[in-house]
Design a protein around this ligand. Structure first.
Ligand code: ADP
Length: 549
């Protein structure tokens, strides 16, 4: 028997029209480096998005599901692009502005982008790259920047404000199939080549509802979220679409991502919520330790993208800022788990839950798979690879111009689940604890050592600013851990005392690293995660000064 309910497609267009009318007064505040930030209401953002949609169709000739890319910081114009492009039926493709030029050129060609909307401040990067982007027919420049850098460029160049000025504030939005492509995003390639994930209108709509749910990020129109996580990194973790759905005001840092301006904008605008990877929060902590600022407006901060060291969480607790750990991937839109402790616990009882990766969201099914393909129990002990499925989880990758999809065997099970490449355990009540990425785990004499566990303990040492542990080849054991450590300014801990610290913190003797080195900074990926590929290469090429204990 069929239901009697209406079958209304879940689309970004509906998020756009809802946000601009029902939550018209909510605001996007963009940091500009000027005395006053730029402020724009949702009503205005919606009007301008509608004008952008008209311009894309009437002036640039964007039709059907052509790709319109953005090379932009987090700002109001980028939110407009987020809403306008998918609503016309075209596909928004967010480009990671920190990727090396060759990788960007490869991605633009692979996605077959026709248009790029670029921030003026990024023209020094885009202009020399344009000759390698033959698919691009139009460049639209938003915000301040030296337009003369584009003189003689092959594609047509437009100014964003001139392009949208005077265009109609009405658009006959097409009635789209909710399963149609809305946004595409390539994985940042921490452990391999970038792969294209294509989100549907439906997946974005459902994921947005999940983001806002009370047991998830719990966002309403009483909130202002500081969106540090880049809009090119998994749709800023879904925040702009979710915010437009619930009227959550957004504070956008644009290119001012350094700790000092971040601290200033938090103190001045007083966001109630924020989201970023651990390296951002680590750097901000160092900043406010040196130059105290009031961060206490941030009742909830989402930290994810890489494991959050428990010591970092404890340090922010003291500042009145509650870090909430979450796990996800480009392939999972990204929200997969979030670490809100179960009800009825004291702070102390809740702590062990807060340091896990968290509980699975409704809509995300999970299973652990052992080395022989067997399904493992949820007993908080049996470690295996995490596999997930659900309405906002990728089922394949974009295969290129012919539109085919790819399902590499190492990424999808035969029955269609996503193999995350993350290794961990799940408790009986559904809390996930990741011990490592499959590619980062240290396989020593048939046993596994968690690089993340060693890093978390090292980063709790008072002299250690950052620590990354990687597997290096070892004749006897196959692999052993190499500890690379960044000391705090003026600190002088020696390797022996760091090793003792690990031992007295509960790390088993056979897991203690014997190879140590102090480095100036841990190399980071394009989205600010520890880049262990680089450390392994530096080690292999003899570039590190190793002390053997
Ligand atoms: P990339 O794979 O290029 O880093 P993603 O942003 O998609 O790009 O990364 C997803 C991966 O990041 C996950 O598979 C996991 O390994 C890691 N990750 C994300 N959140 C967490 C977390 N809270 N704790 C540990 N690892 C995390």
């Amino acid at each position: 028997m069929l239901s009697t309910m209406q079958d209304v497609p879940l689309t970004v267009t509906r998020i756009l029209s809802h946000g601009m009318t029902i939550h018209g007064k909510s605001q996007v505040t963009t940091w500009t480096g000027e005395p006053e930030p730029q402020r724009r209401s949702f009503a205005e953002i919606g009007r301008r998005a509608t004008q952008l949609a008209n311009a894309l169709r009437d002036e640039l000739g964007v039709v059907a599901d052509q790709r319109v890319s953005t090379l932009m910081w987090n700002n109001a114009e980028h939110v407009e692009a987020y809403l306008a492009i998918p609503s016309t039926g075209a596909v928004l493709h967010t480009l990671n502005l920190r990727l090396p030029a060759e990788q960007l050129a490869w991605i633009v060609a692979h996605a077959d982008d026709k248009v790029v909307i670029v921030n003026g401040s990024l023209l020094p990067m885009l202009a020399p790259l344009l000759p390698q982007l033959p698919s691009i027919e139009h460049v639209v420049v938003a915000g301040p920047g030296d337009r003369s850098l584009l003189a003689g460029a092959a594609p047509r160049v437009h100014d964003y404000e001139e392009l949208i000025a005077g265009r109609p504030t009405h658009y006959d939005w097409p009635e789209l199939d909710e399963r149609q492509a809305a946004v595409m995003c390539y994985t940042s390639g921490t452990t391999g080549e970038p792969k294209g994930v294509v989100y549907s209108h439906r997946s974005i709509y459902l994921h947005s509802m999940q983001v806002n749910m009370a047991e998830s990020m719990s966002l309403t129109d009483n909130d202002t979220t500081l969106v540090v996580v880049p809009q090119f990194h998994v749709n800023a973790w879904g925040l702009p679409h979710a915010a437009f759905m619930s009227g959550v005001s957004m504070l956008m840092p644009d290119r001012f991502l350094q700790p000092a301006p971040l601290a200033e904008m938090i103190e001045r605008v007083r966001p109630t919520h924020a989201a970023a990877v651990p390296t951002i929060w680590q750097a901000l902590l160092a900043e406010v330790t040196a130059n105290p600022r009031d961060l206490s407006s941030m009742a909830r901060v989402i930290i994810g993208g890489a494991a959050c060291p428990p010591s970092l969480m404890a340090a922010y607790d003291k500042l009145g800022v509650r870090l909430c750990h979450a796990w996800g991937m480009t392939e999972t839109s990204p929200l997969g788990t979030i670490a809100q402790p179960p009800a009825g616990l004291t702070e102390e009882e809740g702590w062990p839950y807060r340091v896990t990766q968290g509980r699975f969201s409704a809509g995300v099914e999970a299973r652990l798979v052992g080395p022989g393909g067997e399904h493992l129990p949820w007993d908080n002990k049996s470690a295996g690879e995490l596999e997930v499925r659900g309405p906002w989880i990728a089922g394949s990758y974009y295969g290129g111009r012919d539109g085919e999809t790819l399902r590499p065997e190492d990424k999808f099970s035969e029955d269609g689940w996503l193999k995350t490449g993350d290794v961990g355990v799940i408790s009986e009540d559904g809390f996930l604890t990741l011990t490592d990425r499959a590619k980062d785990v240290i396989k020593s004499g048939g046993e596994w050592i968690s690089s993340v566990e060693l890093e978390n303990v090292l980063m709790a040492h008072p002299d250690v600013a950052e620590a990354a542990v990687v597997a290096v080849p070892d004749e006897k054991w196959g692999e052993r851990p190499l500890a690379t450590v960044v000391l705090k300014d003026g600190a002088s801990a020696d390797y022996g005392s760091l090793k003792d610290f690990l031992a007295t913190s509960g790390i088993a003797k056979w897991q203690l690293p014997e190879r140590w080195t102090v480095i100036a900074a841990v190399p980071k990926t394009s989205v600010g995660k520890f880049d262990k590929k680089v450390i392994r290469r530096q080690y292999a090429e003899g570039e590190l000064d190793i002390t053997q204990l």
